[in-house]
Design a protein around this ligand. Sequence first.
Ligand code: UD1
Ligand code: UDP
Length: 364
Amino acid sequence: MNVVSIVGARPQFVKAFAVSRELRVDHEEVLLHTGQHYDEELSDVFFDELGIPEPDSNLGVGSGTHGRQTAAMIEGIEEVVESAGPDVVLLYGDTNSTLAGAIAASKMDPQVAHVEAGLRSYNRDMPEEINRVLTDHASDLLFAPSDSAAETLALEGITEGVHVPGDVMYDAILWARDVAVGRSDVLDRLGLAEGEFVLATVHRAGNTDDPDRLEAIVEGLSDAPLPVVLPIHPRTKHRLEEFDLWERATSALTIIDPVGYLDFVRLLDAAERVATDSGGVQKEAFFLDTRCVTMREETEWVETVECGWNVLVGADRAAIGEELSTTQDVGQKPTPYGDGTAAEEIVKILSERVAETSLSLSDD
Ligand code: UD1
Ligand code: UDP
């Protein structure tokens, strides 16, 4: 089987790592990087640390408005898919790189497969929500991380090609958790002790691009009872500067450059709590038994909230401070995201589907 895998932004490198290492055992993969993320600490560091092979192609699209960025990707992806002639185009998550892959490939011959299908926030103001819905509706194979994600697809009339292999980020973290303890010295570098700090990340457009929300988040984090470490996404740094919040933020919080995956997993594992608006970090916190305070009004990862390990606080200063301080017990953790073998299952399903398709073609 030949597969073109499309990645472009930080969380996709982690997801592709988990699938690529299974895929490359018996199959051919062309790795296409759109260039959506290009800074060393948002891109190269993941390839180096995770041993992901260099992308076969990098479109170098860089940053831009949604339309310009997505359009440049569509054009480049079409060319690469045309020349590689794969059996499958594999898409991850909900970024503009995902959507561009879905638009380009769904009008071509290969099967289109979406890893992390069926997630919904039901907030159409999020660009990611549009990307998820459109990608799911353009895909032939849909890999849902949980039963509830598959049920969501069914509610939208998508029942064919839906599988529930579990979550590939769980596969990745099971590998990374122990490796990070051995390889990462981030706690020493930052002078942090296990269980005595809060880890924070903020990058969601709805938070960073609204000065009132961003200020409330900075103030809420500054109310935490422990020191707060914030590896800062470039988007957030730009906005803090633009809104004159940078000095306030750096005086209240320990702001550092974005860190690589192993350092991040080490920080998340050792943190007393995490405050985030990231999708991936909510799940990783859940996998690592770290309580999560999510600075959004809604989440796609509903199972983490239902059991009490994740709490939604929006950009409400008082609620952020309160939830970072609460000592109330949380419930038993369920296991909605599989058993850490999602990638293996995905590769098996893909190769069976490709074999069936080529059989039916040869019958015609
Ligand atoms: C993107 C995804 C988001 C995902 C996030 C992961 C979309 C619509 N958004 O958001 O779903 O959660 O990646 O981190 O696809 N920038 C740099 N260096 C880089 C990349 C970006 O400085 O290497 C800055 C630029 O100012 C850019 C801004 O960050 O304009 C936003 O980058 P972009 O890729 O458009 O969106 P993210 O916020 O990173
Ligand atoms: N991450 C990282 N370094 C950081 C922040 C995050 O390696 O400084 C990793 C994190 O472990 C997770 C992924 O990046 O695997 C999440 O990406 P992000 O929060 O940017 O995007 P989202 O998941 O919200 O789409």
